[in-house]
Design a protein around this ligand. Sequence first.
Ligand code: ADP
Length: 313
Amino acid sequence: MDVQEIKVFAPATIANVSCGFDVMGCCLDSVGDIMVLKRRSEKGIVISKIHGETLPMEPEKNVAGVAIMALLDALNEQPDFGFDIEIDKRIKPGSGIGSSAASAAGAVFAANELLNRPFTNHELIPFAAEGERAACGAPIADNVAPALLGGFTLVKETEPIKVIELPSIDGLYATIIHPQIEIKTSLSRDILPDHVSLKKAIHQWANVGSLVHALHTNDHELFADSLKDYIVEPHRSKLIPEFDNVIKASVDAGALGGGISGSGPSIFTFSKSEQIADNVKLAIEKIYKNTSIPFHVYTSRINELGVKIIHKK
Ligand code: ADP
């Protein structure tokens, strides 16, 4: 029987995994939005409810609507029904953990189910990336790819989008702090250097290669040793209060390492067990409690599946 209604978990994601700036991302499990998509008898897309945040209700301005439009454009035959979207937005926009990407990925995943799956999850990536265009002006895939595929992903090319799925390390957990400050996108872009020295570039691509190898060989030590960003982090971290102290305290509490999630202000760290991730959480909270900045700290294991179906009927 045709699916009439589907409820999904649309996960938050970490993009810019340290040395993998603009290419590597990974998917979270306990932080994400809930979305419900229903068939409607009239054609077209309607966003009927957004709970939790004030976001555009017009489908052409909301990444969820734009992503579904891109999917529909790629179909040979248009469905004889429309889509009703409800979003329970639990990931704060602008936090650096893929708020818009979750909506774009969740929307195309759920719409694909209502259409009886004309596309694989991998094929949905460019549609979700088109949705991202509504949020940031470019069809970027570094958050939507891990949201749709789960685990770690590497965006190898952008035109056309080519994504490589990478394995995750057994038992890996992330601890993420979202300091509730606003960093202007223009500032976080302007602070980056126009040129990169060859010496730094060599360090960086050596680390990306060894990070990928560590994921394939389940090597925690090499993973920890590769989580170093010589190019972006030294500049952008200046915009995030207590960044160096958070990373140091996390590593002292047992974390493998960390960096800036997306374009910040969230900071991520990875740990090899839930218990260590919880200790890291306490260490990070201790630092931020001494500031006047409101914050949230999350721990999550790495989500190997990406968007998940909660129920469908
Ligand atoms: P993050 O920094 O967590 O990755 P984004 O920068 O991706 O968050 O997304 C925030 C921007 O996207 C905001 O300007 C917001 O208004 C816009 N936007 C449009 N549709 C959505 C949506 N469904 N969910 C979240 N943000 C959306």
